[in-house]
Ligand binder design. Structure first.
Ligand code: ADP
Ligand code: MG
Length: 462
């Protein structure tokens, strides 16, 4: 089969490596995989990518964001280094950096690139991990679930297209794959295809480049069920919309099922051609809402059971209360809890859960805390005046609270080092850098300081 015709050949070219390096990386990852829990591997290590080899001989390892870069460095840096060194037969030092050129966003929910793709039926693009059986139904998603189940049961008879709308991390992709899995099971001979609209676009572009448009059209128009994820991304892409319009019509005329997902309703997608908008609304449009507390708890329980872990009600309740944004975040939090429990060889207790949440809460914090408020709070805590914090006084009873306050400004606000330096009596920003680093590392070893930082953070967030 030609590359342009096969939808599952990765289209984004990563930085080129000598085969040797890439092999070392993949072998090392396989080694690491044997040494950590599967959920740990999937969550943290599998998404890593190999970057370039630096001038100083260190290998750059690319992480999705700075939170993961730091987390993985601290928890798995040594493990990775020794796996790489063992594999390479020489000392391999690594440096974690944030991926400057991350894979297309949709890929983050499916299978990350570096290791072999999961054993899902490759041609269909359907990911075997997401099924109706492991989808928790609540009032937030019951209509979407019912419609999806109906489509899987009797494609192209009821709702066509089925359009699933919902915010990020609420289960749209999961439902699309669930339909796919149910169909693959019930009708192994039928042709079901799952694809993100971005992949649809890149494949179209490839097919144009390699003069394989005919194959491209053929591939998409010969399916029985087409599951297109994140359709909003075709907005503004003229050629893609044009091609998709024809695909859509061809499938409908042939009485084939189309299922679409999007973060917006058809009427809300800007720069979407009118004719597509009206077609998207022709069948059934269902939306998914953020899960309520009860559903969040049920999801946690289900995920825990899936991982073979025990989750007490109080812990599930606490997590479900703490994380209300979306299911992906909820899942991430649960995995971190299990991870911490396995690292510390401790049971999943409330204390452990609180500990593991500390890193995440920051990202869920919508409210902007002012630097002034931070300075006031820290000053009050240490029983000095805000003026003293902003001053040049060098005595430790001033300099230490000042450094704590700088650290908190960096942690709790979006201000840059120079901004913070300015607020603290117009200092040089390297002073702030130094302070932030110092407090960050000190609190790792100094339990009292850690407690102070936790308390102050909690006070500021109230
Ligand atoms: P979306 O595509 O809407 O951004 P996903 O389908 O990728 O969200 O869901 C994010 C994560 O949350 C996935 O791991 C998915 O399995 C899980 N998830 C979402 N909703 C549910 C649910 N109702 N029951 C179980 N897991 C869910
Ligand atoms: Mg999705």
């Amino acid at each position: 089969m030609h590359a342009a015709q096969d939808p599952w050949i990765p289209t984004d070219e990563r930085p080129t490596h000598t085969m040797e390096l890439m092999e070392i990386w993949q072998t090392a990852l396989a080694l690491v995989k044997e040494q950590v829990a599967p959920q740990v591997f999937d969550m943290w290590l599998k998404p890593l990518r190999l970057g370039r080899e630096r001038g100083d001989g260190r290998l750059e390892i690319l992480a999705a964001n700075d939170f993961s870069a730091v987390y993985i460095r601290d928890h798995y840096g040594n493990l990775l280094e020794s796996a790489l060194s063992t594999t390479a037969g020489r000392l391999c030092a690594i440096q974690f950096i944030v991926d400057p050129n991350p894979p297309e966003p949709a890929a983050a929910t499916a299978s990350p690139e570096p290791v072999a793709r999961p054993s899902a039926p490759a041609r269909s693009g359907v990911d075997g991990r997401y099924t109706f059986e492991n989808f928790v139904v609540g009032s937030c998603n019951q209509f979407a679930h019912a419609a999806a189940a109906r489509v899987a049961d009797a494609p192209a008879t009821a709702y066509n297209p089925l359009y699933i709308q919902g915010g990020v991390g609420l289960g749209k992709t999961h439902l699309l794959h669930a339909i796919g899995n149910a169909l693959l099971r019930a009708r192994p001979d039928g042709k079901t295809l799952y694809i993100t609209s971005e992949k649809f676009m890149t494949q179209l572009v490839e097919s144009l480049r390699f003069k394989q448009v005919h194959n491209f059209k053929e591939n998409f128009r010969s399916v029985d069920v087409l599951l297109i994820d994140d359709i909003q991304f075709i907005a503004g892409k003229k050629a893609t919309q044009e091609e998709f319009f024809h695909t859509f019509n061809a499938l409908q005329e042939a009485n084939k099922q189309i299922v679409l997902s999007s973060d917006s309703f058809p009427g809300e997608i800007e720069h979407l051609e009118e004719r597509l908008r009206s077609r998207f609304s022709q069948g059934l449009v269902v939306d998914i809402h953020p899960p309520d507390l009860e559903t969040r708890m049920a999801i946690l329980k289900k995920k825990a059971a899936q991982e073979g872990m025990d989750l007490q009600d109080d812990v599930a309740f606490f997590l479900a209360e703490a994380i209300q944004t979306n299911v992906r975040e909820l899942e991430g939090a649960l995995i971190r809890v299990f991870l911490l429990a396995s690292l510390e060889k401790e049971p999943v207790t409330m204390a452990l859960v609180k500990e593991s949440l500390r890193g995440t809460m920051r990202r869920n914090e919508p409210r902007q805390i002012s630097m002034e408020k931070i300075i006031e709070t820290v000053a009050a805590y240490y029983k000095i005046r805000p003026l003293d914090i902003r001053s040049d006084k060098r005595a430790r009873r001033y300099s230490h609270p000042r450094q704590v306050a700088m650290f908190l400004c960096k942690q709790l606000t979006k201000y840059s080092y120079p901004d913070i330096a300015f607020e603290f009596g117009n200092r040089n920003h390297t002073t702030v850098l130094y302070a932030v680093d110092k407090i960050a590392s000190q609190q790792q070893v100094d339990g009292d300081l850690e407690q102070v930082v936790t308390t102050l953070t909690a006070m500021l967030r109230k």
